[in-house]
Design a protein. Sequence first.
Length: 341
Amino acid sequence: MPKTVVLVTGANGEIGRSLLQTLARDGGYDPITLDLTPLPDAWRPLVTASYAGNIMDRYLLDQLAAHHEVDMVFHLAALLSTRGERDPELAHQVNVEGTLNVLRMAQNQSSRLGRPVRFLFPSSIAVYGLPSLEEKRRAGRLREEQWNVPITMYGCNKLYCEHLGRYFTFHARQLGALSSIARLDFRALRFPGLISAETVPTGGTSDFGPEMIHAAARGEPYRCFVEPEARIPFMAMPDAIRALMGLARAERDRLTSCVYNISSFSVSAEQIAERVRRAFPDARIDYEPDPVRAKIVASWPEDLDDTLARRDWGWQPAFEWEKAFDEYLVPSIRARYAKQP
Protein backbone atom coordinates (compact mmCIF):
# COMPACT_ATOMS: atom_id res chain seq x y z
CA MET A 1 0.00 0.00 0.00
CA PRO A 2 1.33 3.49 -0.82
CA LYS A 3 2.06 5.65 2.17
CA THR A 4 -0.13 8.63 3.04
CA VAL A 5 1.64 11.88 2.16
CA VAL A 6 1.19 14.23 5.11
CA LEU A 7 2.01 17.94 5.24
CA VAL A 8 2.70 19.30 8.74
CA THR A 9 2.85 23.10 9.00
CA GLY A 10 4.40 24.57 12.13
CA ALA A 11 6.34 21.33 12.53
CA ASN A 12 8.91 22.85 14.89
CA GLY A 13 6.25 23.72 17.45
CA GLU A 14 5.09 22.03 20.63
CA ILE A 15 2.53 19.80 18.91
CA GLY A 16 4.48 19.41 15.67
CA ARG A 17 7.49 17.56 16.99
CA SER A 18 5.40 15.13 19.01
CA LEU A 19 3.25 14.51 15.94
CA LEU A 20 6.30 13.82 13.75
CA GLN A 21 7.48 11.16 16.19
CA THR A 22 4.07 9.49 16.07
CA LEU A 23 3.89 9.57 12.26
CA ALA A 24 7.35 8.05 12.01
CA ARG A 25 6.55 5.37 14.58
CA ASP A 26 3.33 4.38 12.83
CA GLY A 27 5.18 3.92 9.56
CA GLY A 28 2.31 4.42 7.11
CA TYR A 29 3.10 8.05 6.36
CA ASP A 30 5.45 10.17 4.27
CA PRO A 31 5.68 13.39 6.31
CA ILE A 32 6.56 16.73 4.71
CA THR A 33 7.18 19.69 6.98
CA LEU A 34 6.86 23.45 6.61
CA ASP A 35 7.99 25.92 9.25
CA LEU A 36 9.52 29.38 9.43
CA THR A 37 12.71 27.83 10.78
CA PRO A 38 14.51 24.83 9.27
CA LEU A 39 13.82 21.46 10.84
CA PRO A 40 16.80 20.52 13.05
CA ASP A 41 19.13 17.90 11.64
CA ALA A 42 18.17 15.44 14.38
CA TRP A 43 14.58 15.43 13.11
CA ARG A 44 15.34 15.11 9.39
CA PRO A 45 15.34 11.26 9.38
CA LEU A 46 11.67 11.37 10.47
CA VAL A 47 10.49 13.18 7.33
CA THR A 48 10.50 12.77 3.57
CA ALA A 49 11.06 16.46 2.83
CA SER A 50 11.39 19.65 4.84
CA TYR A 51 10.74 23.24 3.77
CA ALA A 52 11.62 26.48 5.55
CA GLY A 53 9.14 29.19 4.66
CA ASN A 54 6.04 31.16 5.50
CA ILE A 55 2.42 30.06 5.13
CA MET A 56 1.79 33.58 3.84
CA ASP A 57 3.81 32.63 0.74
CA ARG A 58 1.19 31.30 -1.69
CA TYR A 59 3.82 30.58 -4.35
CA LEU A 60 5.74 28.34 -1.93
CA LEU A 61 2.56 26.44 -1.04
CA ASP A 62 1.73 25.96 -4.73
CA GLN A 63 5.24 24.67 -5.42
CA LEU A 64 5.03 22.29 -2.48
CA ALA A 65 1.71 20.92 -3.77
CA ALA A 66 3.15 20.61 -7.28
CA HIS A 67 5.99 18.40 -6.02
CA HIS A 68 3.99 16.26 -3.57
CA GLU A 69 0.56 14.64 -3.82
CA VAL A 70 -0.54 15.66 -0.34
CA ASP A 71 -3.26 13.39 1.08
CA MET A 72 -3.52 14.94 4.54
CA VAL A 73 -2.64 18.26 6.18
CA PHE A 74 -1.98 18.94 9.86
CA HIS A 75 -2.09 22.73 9.93
CA LEU A 76 -0.35 23.57 13.20
CA ALA A 77 1.29 26.89 12.30
CA ALA A 78 -0.20 29.73 14.35
CA LEU A 79 0.54 32.82 16.40
CA LEU A 80 -0.51 31.97 19.97
CA SER A 81 -2.84 33.88 22.25
CA THR A 82 -0.50 36.03 24.33
CA ARG A 83 1.52 37.31 21.39
CA GLY A 84 -1.70 37.65 19.42
CA GLU A 85 -2.98 40.21 21.93
CA ARG A 86 0.25 42.18 21.62
CA ASP A 87 0.04 42.26 17.82
CA PRO A 88 -3.54 41.48 16.77
CA GLU A 89 -3.05 42.47 13.13
CA LEU A 90 -0.13 40.08 12.76
CA ALA A 91 -2.18 37.38 14.50
CA HIS A 92 -4.97 37.88 11.96
CA GLN A 93 -2.51 37.69 9.08
CA VAL A 94 -0.90 34.46 10.28
CA ASN A 95 -3.90 32.72 11.81
CA VAL A 96 -6.55 33.67 9.26
CA GLU A 97 -4.87 34.69 6.00
CA GLY A 98 -2.18 32.04 6.43
CA THR A 99 -4.79 29.38 7.18
CA LEU A 100 -6.80 30.49 4.16
CA ASN A 101 -3.68 30.01 2.00
CA VAL A 102 -3.22 26.46 3.27
CA LEU A 103 -6.95 25.70 2.85
CA ARG A 104 -6.76 27.00 -0.73
CA MET A 105 -3.75 24.78 -1.45
CA ALA A 106 -5.52 21.72 0.03
CA GLN A 107 -8.71 22.51 -1.92
CA ASN A 108 -6.75 22.74 -5.19
CA GLN A 109 -4.98 19.50 -4.35
CA SER A 110 -8.34 17.82 -3.70
CA SER A 111 -9.51 18.95 -7.15
CA ARG A 112 -6.39 17.63 -8.86
CA LEU A 113 -6.44 14.28 -7.05
CA GLY A 114 -10.20 13.86 -7.42
CA ARG A 115 -10.57 13.00 -3.74
CA PRO A 116 -10.82 15.01 -0.53
CA VAL A 117 -7.59 15.97 1.21
CA ARG A 118 -8.10 15.57 4.96
CA PHE A 119 -7.32 18.82 6.76
CA LEU A 120 -6.68 18.59 10.53
CA PHE A 121 -6.90 21.88 12.40
CA PRO A 122 -6.08 22.46 16.08
CA SER A 123 -8.63 24.91 17.42
CA SER A 124 -8.82 26.00 21.05
CA ILE A 125 -10.88 26.74 24.14
CA ALA A 126 -10.07 30.35 23.23
CA VAL A 127 -13.12 30.29 20.91
CA TYR A 128 -15.28 30.53 24.05
CA GLY A 129 -15.93 33.75 25.93
CA LEU A 130 -17.79 33.69 29.23
CA PRO A 131 -18.65 37.13 30.65
CA SER A 132 -17.99 36.46 34.34
CA LEU A 133 -16.70 33.91 36.81
CA GLU A 134 -20.25 33.45 38.07
CA GLU A 135 -21.48 32.57 34.59
CA LYS A 136 -18.46 30.33 34.06
CA ARG A 137 -19.28 28.32 37.19
CA ARG A 138 -22.95 28.07 36.24
CA ALA A 139 -22.14 26.97 32.68
CA GLY A 140 -19.95 24.02 33.71
CA ARG A 141 -18.96 21.79 30.80
CA LEU A 142 -19.59 23.63 27.53
CA ARG A 143 -20.80 22.07 24.29
CA GLU A 144 -19.38 23.10 20.93
CA GLU A 145 -22.15 25.61 20.11
CA GLN A 146 -22.25 27.43 23.47
CA TRP A 147 -20.68 30.82 24.31
CA ASN A 148 -18.81 31.22 21.01
CA VAL A 149 -18.04 34.87 21.76
CA PRO A 150 -14.23 35.00 22.23
CA ILE A 151 -12.51 38.00 23.80
CA THR A 152 -9.06 37.47 22.21
CA MET A 153 -7.85 37.90 18.65
CA TYR A 154 -6.53 34.31 18.79
CA GLY A 155 -9.97 33.03 19.75
CA CYS A 156 -11.65 35.08 17.02
CA ASN A 157 -9.12 33.74 14.50
CA LYS A 158 -9.69 30.11 15.51
CA LEU A 159 -13.48 30.42 15.47
CA TYR A 160 -13.48 32.04 12.03
CA CYS A 161 -11.13 29.39 10.65
CA GLU A 162 -13.51 26.70 11.90
CA HIS A 163 -16.20 28.34 9.77
CA LEU A 164 -13.82 28.61 6.81
CA GLY A 165 -13.04 24.90 7.09
CA ARG A 166 -16.73 24.02 7.19
CA TYR A 167 -17.30 26.19 4.12
CA PHE A 168 -14.47 24.54 2.18
CA THR A 169 -15.79 21.09 3.11
CA PHE A 170 -19.44 21.55 2.17
CA HIS A 171 -19.97 24.72 0.15
CA ALA A 172 -16.82 25.85 -1.68
CA ARG A 173 -17.41 27.12 -5.21
CA GLN A 174 -21.07 26.13 -5.00
CA LEU A 175 -21.98 28.32 -7.96
CA GLY A 176 -20.96 27.69 -11.55
CA ALA A 177 -18.92 25.12 -13.40
CA LEU A 178 -16.73 24.17 -10.43
CA SER A 179 -19.60 23.25 -8.10
CA SER A 180 -19.03 19.51 -8.55
CA ILE A 181 -15.30 19.46 -7.79
CA ALA A 182 -13.90 17.33 -4.99
CA ARG A 183 -13.79 19.42 -1.82
CA LEU A 184 -11.38 19.03 1.06
CA ASP A 185 -12.35 17.30 4.33
CA PHE A 186 -11.84 19.70 7.25
CA ARG A 187 -11.73 18.42 10.85
CA ALA A 188 -11.01 20.60 13.89
CA LEU A 189 -10.25 19.77 17.52
CA ARG A 190 -10.87 22.33 20.23
CA PHE A 191 -7.92 21.66 22.49
CA PRO A 192 -7.83 22.53 26.18
CA GLY A 193 -4.55 23.71 27.69
CA LEU A 194 -1.79 21.30 26.66
CA ILE A 195 0.98 20.14 29.00
CA SER A 196 4.11 18.62 27.47
CA ALA A 197 7.16 17.08 29.11
CA GLU A 198 9.20 17.26 25.91
CA THR A 199 8.89 20.94 25.01
CA VAL A 200 8.92 24.18 26.99
CA PRO A 201 5.76 26.32 26.63
CA THR A 202 6.03 29.26 24.24
CA GLY A 203 3.46 31.98 24.65
CA GLY A 204 0.08 30.38 25.29
CA THR A 205 -2.25 31.92 27.85
CA SER A 206 -2.95 28.44 29.26
CA ASP A 207 0.77 27.92 29.87
CA PHE A 208 0.66 28.66 33.60
CA GLY A 209 0.27 24.90 34.16
CA PRO A 210 3.26 23.63 32.19
CA GLU A 211 5.38 26.66 33.10
CA MET A 212 4.88 25.85 36.78
CA ILE A 213 6.02 22.25 36.36
CA HIS A 214 9.05 23.01 34.21
CA ALA A 215 10.22 25.82 36.52
CA ALA A 216 10.05 23.52 39.55
CA ALA A 217 12.03 20.81 37.75
CA ARG A 218 14.73 23.36 36.87
CA GLY A 219 14.87 24.58 40.48
CA GLU A 220 13.65 28.05 39.48
CA PRO A 221 11.00 30.17 41.25
CA TYR A 222 7.75 30.74 39.40
CA ARG A 223 5.29 33.62 39.60
CA CYS A 224 1.92 32.43 38.34
CA PHE A 225 0.09 34.97 36.18
CA VAL A 226 -3.41 33.82 37.25
CA GLU A 227 -5.14 33.53 40.63
CA PRO A 228 -4.88 30.25 42.60
CA GLU A 229 -8.54 29.43 41.93
CA ALA A 230 -8.27 29.92 38.13
CA ARG A 231 -9.53 26.71 36.50
CA ILE A 232 -9.56 25.49 32.90
CA PRO A 233 -9.40 22.05 31.25
CA PHE A 234 -6.00 20.55 30.44
CA MET A 235 -4.62 17.60 28.51
CA ALA A 236 -1.28 15.78 28.41
CA MET A 237 0.49 16.10 25.07
CA PRO A 238 0.37 12.35 24.24
CA ASP A 239 -3.43 12.49 24.44
CA ALA A 240 -3.47 15.54 22.14
CA ILE A 241 -1.52 13.60 19.51
CA ARG A 242 -3.75 10.55 19.97
CA ALA A 243 -6.79 12.76 19.43
CA LEU A 244 -5.37 14.28 16.24
CA MET A 245 -4.55 10.84 14.85
CA GLY A 246 -7.90 9.41 15.93
CA LEU A 247 -9.86 12.13 14.19
CA ALA A 248 -7.59 11.95 11.13
CA ARG A 249 -8.32 8.24 10.70
CA ALA A 250 -12.08 8.43 11.28
CA GLU A 251 -14.32 7.75 8.29
CA ARG A 252 -16.14 10.87 7.14
CA ASP A 253 -19.56 9.20 7.18
CA ARG A 254 -19.19 8.62 10.93
CA LEU A 255 -18.64 12.31 11.66
CA THR A 256 -21.61 14.50 12.48
CA SER A 257 -19.54 17.67 12.83
CA CYS A 258 -16.43 19.39 11.50
CA VAL A 259 -15.51 20.67 14.98
CA TYR A 260 -15.07 18.61 18.14
CA ASN A 261 -14.39 19.41 21.78
CA ILE A 262 -11.95 17.09 23.51
CA SER A 263 -11.04 17.09 27.17
CA SER A 264 -9.18 15.11 29.79
CA PHE A 265 -9.08 16.78 33.21
CA SER A 266 -9.98 20.13 34.77
CA VAL A 267 -7.77 21.53 37.53
CA SER A 268 -7.09 24.90 39.15
CA ALA A 269 -3.75 26.68 39.34
CA GLU A 270 -3.57 25.88 43.06
CA GLN A 271 -4.24 22.17 42.44
CA ILE A 272 -1.38 22.12 39.95
CA ALA A 273 0.86 23.97 42.41
CA GLU A 274 0.00 21.55 45.22
CA ARG A 275 0.80 18.57 43.02
CA VAL A 276 4.06 20.18 41.85
CA ARG A 277 5.15 20.74 45.45
CA ARG A 278 4.53 17.08 46.27
CA ALA A 279 6.79 16.03 43.40
CA PHE A 280 9.35 18.82 43.86
CA PRO A 281 9.39 19.78 47.58
CA ASP A 282 11.72 22.73 46.97
CA ALA A 283 9.38 24.30 44.41
CA ARG A 284 8.87 28.04 44.92
CA ILE A 285 5.51 29.11 43.49
CA ASP A 286 3.93 32.51 44.10
CA TYR A 287 0.99 34.28 42.53
CA GLU A 288 1.27 37.57 40.70
CA PRO A 289 -1.84 37.72 38.52
CA ASP A 290 -1.57 39.69 35.31
CA PRO A 291 -4.94 41.48 34.98
CA VAL A 292 -5.30 40.93 31.24
CA ARG A 293 -4.05 37.33 31.03
CA ALA A 294 -6.08 36.39 34.12
CA LYS A 295 -9.19 37.94 32.55
CA ILE A 296 -8.65 35.88 29.40
CA VAL A 297 -8.32 32.65 31.38
CA ALA A 298 -11.44 33.56 33.35
CA SER A 299 -13.39 33.80 30.06
CA TRP A 300 -12.56 30.20 29.12
CA PRO A 301 -14.75 27.32 30.35
CA GLU A 302 -14.00 25.24 33.40
CA ASP A 303 -14.40 22.11 31.28
CA LEU A 304 -15.51 20.92 27.85
CA ASP A 305 -18.30 18.53 26.95
CA ASP A 306 -16.67 16.08 24.53
CA THR A 307 -19.70 13.80 24.08
CA LEU A 308 -19.67 14.22 20.28
CA ALA A 309 -16.04 13.11 19.96
CA ARG A 310 -16.61 10.09 22.18
CA ARG A 311 -19.70 9.10 20.20
CA ASP A 312 -18.55 9.80 16.64
CA TRP A 313 -14.98 8.51 16.62
CA GLY A 314 -14.35 6.87 19.96
CA TRP A 315 -12.34 9.57 21.71
CA GLN A 316 -11.13 8.51 25.13
CA PRO A 317 -8.21 10.13 27.04
CA ALA A 318 -5.51 7.82 28.31
CA PHE A 319 -4.23 10.28 30.95
CA GLU A 320 -6.43 11.61 33.71
CA TRP A 321 -4.85 14.12 36.09
CA GLU A 322 -3.05 11.85 38.56
CA LYS A 323 -1.88 9.45 35.86
CA ALA A 324 -0.71 12.31 33.64
CA PHE A 325 1.37 13.70 36.49
CA ASP A 326 2.70 10.45 37.95
CA GLU A 327 3.33 8.42 34.78
CA TYR A 328 4.09 11.06 32.16
CA LEU A 329 5.00 14.54 33.39
CA VAL A 330 7.16 13.94 36.46
CA PRO A 331 9.30 11.05 35.13
CA SER A 332 9.80 12.65 31.71
CA ILE A 333 10.52 16.15 32.97
CA ARG A 334 12.94 14.89 35.62
CA ALA A 335 14.77 12.89 32.97
CA ARG A 336 14.83 15.90 30.64
CA TYR A 337 16.53 18.22 33.11
CA ALA A 338 18.78 15.53 34.59
CA LYS A 339 20.51 15.39 31.18
CA GLN A 340 21.30 19.11 31.23
CA PRO A 341 24.50 20.38 32.83
